[in-house]
Design a protein around this ligand. Structure first.
Ligand code: AMP
Length: 398
């Protein structure tokens, strides 16, 4: 089967066409600045050249039309007609408590996703627009919704409740949901597969360290805790997001800097994290690592604080699961950051964690990077959210 995977943002749309038999990506690309002047589509067929075309895209329907045109282009396309696209898998950010699993999209599902809009006002409406645009152009193709939150729905109450008045949970469903679920599910399953051990027998901590970052504790094949909360702002220090802070800091800064709530939230989402901690040096770990190596104090502060917070979560999840068999690093920083992995793992000598420095120097491959006598296996596993979405789509459509 050929599955078109769509990840639709408010002004962008990422796509991949994946053949589910070979599990290979046949073509991929990105539409940017949808609805804004200067929109463009980039398209790369597997083994071919990347093409970029600047062209008007007033809305997502036009963006999807251009994607389908690129995929079926007689010269550079990868399929002869839309008939060869068997299903579409849509990444949906928030499924609330309604979706503990991926699902075939029908009118009821669309309504239920819309009801989660309040929980992810920047993401879910854009995801819905992507679905409607695809339905318009491919009315007979089955579509599946794969949620960032589903994998975390197995968390027990004590992990997902906040210490707030219970009425807010009852009225508004304010609780921890967690995100990056597709990645946490993919990487934890892949860890078991690589080790040749049943998934249901392992205690795994997945560190998804990208521009957004989250950690999850996966015990016996089920997520039991994760660091992101009602929104992706909670948890680890991220590229530009603050992660956990004392909530009273908001009032303090609001008074001192005379800021309103939207401005404060913008500071927490866009100007904090590694970017803020490094006093504006960068949100990108390549710059932070380079600065750290040169002895730049801003880079050192950002790196050390970031890694310390990752280690605190890893430690608390080892306690939550009463042990840990595997610590798996993934996403941009997790797959490419030997320094981050080392600084985090240095905290776990007491658990018998031993990194192999030569293996840890490698990047972007599936690999056990701990020594054979390490009591906990440390792994680097490149995530593949698109493949995970394609697999879910095939499972439901077949
Ligand atoms: P992601 O959100 O998973 O795409 O991760 C993006 C982040 O990964 C970037 O902001 C960088 O901080 C980090 N990253 C990507 N490549 C490298 C690299 N070669 N070395 C260190 N960090 C990297």
């Amino acid at each position: 089967m050929n599955v078109l995977v769509i990840n639709c943002g408010s002004s962008s749309l990422k796509f991949q066409l994946i053949n589910s038999d070979s599990e290979k990506c046949i073509a991929k690309g990105l539409c940017e600045r949808i609805g804004i002047e200067g929109s463009q589509i980039s398209y790369t067929p597997a083994g071919g050249e990347k093409e970029t075309k600047v062209t008007p895209m007033p809305d997502h329907t036009e963006a999807i039309r251009l994607v389908l045109e690129a995929l079926t282009n007689p010269k550079t396309g990868v399929v002869k007609s839309l008939e060869e696209i068997d299903a579409v898998g849509h990444r949906i950010v928030h499924g609330g408590e309604k979706f503990a699993e991926s699902t075939i999209i029908d009118a009821d599902v669309l309504k239920a996703i819309e009801e989660c809009n309040d929980l992810a006002p920047l993401h879910n409406p854009a995801n819905l627009i992507g679905i409607h645009a695809c339905q318009k152009l491919m009315p007979n193709t089955p579509m599946v919704a794969v949620f960032d939150t589903s994998f975390h729905q197995t968390m027990p109450e004590e992990a997902y409740m906040y210490g707030l008045p219970y009425e807010y949970y009852k009225k508004y469903k304010i609780r921890r949901y967690g995100f990056h679920g597709t990645s946490h599910a993919y990487v934890s399953k892949r860890a078991a597969e690589i080790l040749g051990v049943p998934y249901e027998s392992l205690k795994i901590i997945v560190c998804h360290l990208g521009n957004g970052a989250s950690i999850s504790a996966v015990k016996n094949g089920k997520c039991v805790d994760t660091s992101m909360g009602l929104t992706p702002l909670e948890g680890l220090i991220m590229g530009t997001r603050s992660g956990d802070i004392d909530p009273a800091i908001l009032e303090f800064i609001a008074k001192k800097e005379q800021m309103d709530l939207p401005t404060l939230m913008n500071v927490l989402n866009k100007k904090s994290g590694v970017l803020g901690l490094s006093d504006g040096l960068s949100s990108d770990f390549r710059d932070i690592e380079a600065g750290y190596d040169k002895g730049d104090e801003n880079a050192i502060r950002a790196m050390n604080t970031y890694c310390y917070h990752v280690a605190k979560y890893v430690g608390s999840y080892a306690a939550a699961m009463n042990g840990v068999d595997v610590i798996a690093f993934t996403a941009g920083v997790g797959e490419n950051g030997p320094l981050v992995r080392r600084l985090v793992c240095e905290h776990f000598g007491f658990l018998g964690v031993k990194l192999d420095p030569e293996l840890n120097a490698k990047r972007g491959v599936d690999l056990v990077i701990s020594t054979p006598d390490s009591k906990v296996k440390v792994m680097m596993i490149p995530t593949n959210e698109e493949l995970a979405i394609a697999r879910e789509t095939v499972r439901l459509v077949k």
